[in-house]
Design a protein around this ligand. Structure first.
Ligand SMILES: *Cc1c(COP(=O)(O)O)cnc(C)c1O
Length: 417
């Protein structure tokens, strides 16, 4: 290996091509898609039902309801739990904004509670501090597929009479105390969008163990009619967010691969963590011992410039990328910095329904949660795709970290000396 940084013209540490395209598929998907085509059952049908059963079982939940995407699944989870107008839902500000869109679509209001400093997940103490008389639910986000502290969160919820919901949009195949994510709360949502570990381009599923909740979720997805396999007991208000059998066919194939893929990601994440533990300045986020299996949608670590001669995270990432490591800096700001939460609510034509019904909308403009703001500035991420590398390639990725770490002083000057 060249000791000269690739950024300054040296040989990149990662020589093996990351040519493996995403998403992955083979003849299984092609064949099942053709089956659906010939079946002439192109809308919600047997493939969707098979996926609902298979995926619910895979995550240890009683009922699965497929839908158009993760955001819709989260809205359905809220409404299935009878969360709506006038209710507050506490959630994490370190997430894709779809978490909040789901809550807002249900008509509820979002309250942010800070993450813990050493994880990417919501801090149970911060949840407790954020509870008001209007709080009805806690929507946890299992960030990257590393489980939240579900026992403590459920205890807090029970003490205050709240419902726990799970944004498990990173949680396919992941467990807490050996039981699937998405099966712990009253209801949960998963995404199958293009970037996710199991994908059909778009798509989602809501899970619950409660049959009545499942019926209400069905209404949100299925034009106000109850669950797909039952006669409608009553009609509620709901949109059409149904999945088609084409989508379900792809997902049934993707689901067959995910166990093995998760094994690979777990091994690669462990290898990377062993390497990074040699640096004082890069610390993988803490994984709870109860997080018995992680899906590693994102591998996330804290970067401390002080331990690398003051080299900025962006400069360090630039050097890593030059070595062939597809690392990124993750979310640049907490969700509450999103313009939706920062603009004057009265001025916005498309303001969320909840806010139109309130005398005073929540004011997020002075909200500052220190841990999520620090995390937005100091994380280094590798995606699930990077974690799916062969062992040989992953060794090179680790070498790239060691190389850039050892030569960090050169990054300050930009000097190739
Ligand atoms: C992807 C994602 C969503 C939204 O899923 P869509 O399928 O894009 O609607 C919600 N929450 C998190 C944490 C996500 O990563």
């Amino acid at each position: 290996m060249s000791s000269r940084l690739a950024l300054f013209g040296g040989e990149p540490a990662v020589t093996r091509d990351d040519a493996d395209p995403w998403p992955r598929f083979d003849r299984a998907e092609a064949s099942l898609l053709m089956d659906v085509l010939h079946s002439r059952n192109w809308n919600y049908g047997p493939k969707c039902r098979e996926l609902e059963e298979t995926f619910a079982r895979f995550q240890d939940a009683g009922f699965g309801l497929v839908c158009s995407g993760g955001t819709n699944a989260l809205e359905a989870a809220c409404r299935g739990a009878e969360i709506g107008v006038g209710d507050e839902v506490i959630t994490s500000p370190f997430t894709f904004h779809g978490t909040c869109m789901g809550i807002l679509a249900a008509g509820a209001t979002v309250t942010f509670a800070d993450i813990a400093p050493d994880t990417d997940n919501i801090d149970p103490d911060a949840i407790e501090a954020a509870i008001t008389p209007r709080t009805k639910a806690i929507m946890v986000v299992h960030f990257g597929g590393l489980a939240c502290d579900m026992r403590r969160i459920q205890t807090i919820a029970d003490r205050h009479g709240l419902v726990v919901l799970e944004d498990a949009c990173h949680g396919w195949g992941a467990t807490y105390m050996e039981k699937g994510l998405g099966s712990w709360g009253l209801a949960s949502g998963f995404s199958f969008q293009q970037s996710k570990n199991i994908t059909s381009g778009e798509g989602g599923i809501a899970l619950t163990n409660d049959e009545e909740v499942a019926d209400r979720i069905g209404c949100v997805i299925n034009s106000g009619r109850s669950r797909f396999d039952r006669a409608p007991a009553e009609m509620r208000w709901g949109g059409n967010h149904r999945m088609t059998d084409f989508t379900a066919a792809i997902l049934l194939c993707q689901l067959k691969r995910v166990r093995q893929q998760t094994d690979i990601r777990e091994q690669n994440a462990a290898m990377l963590s062993r390497t990074l533990s040699r640096f004082d300045g890069i610390e993988p986020v803490r994984r709870l011992p109860e997080a018995t299996r992680a899906s590693w949608h994102i591998y996330s670590a804290r970067y401390a410039p002080d331990e690398f001669e003051g080299v900025s995270r962006e400069r360090f990432l630039q050097a890593l990328r030059a070595e062939g490591v597809p690392a990124s800096g993750g979310y640049t700001e907490p969700v509450y910095r999103n313009p939706l939460f920062q603009n004057d609510w009265k001025a916005g034509a498309y303001r969320p329904y909840a806010w139109t019904t309130m005398d005073e909308s929540p004011d997020y403009r002075n909200l500052h949660l220190p841990n999520v703001e620090a995390a937005s500035a100091d994380r280094i991420w590798l995606s699930q795709r990077a974690l799916l590398a062969t062992e040989e390639r992953m060794k090179e990725v680790c070498l790239a970290f060691e190389k850039v770490g050892a030569h960090a002083d050169e990054l300050n000057t930009g000097n190739a000396a």
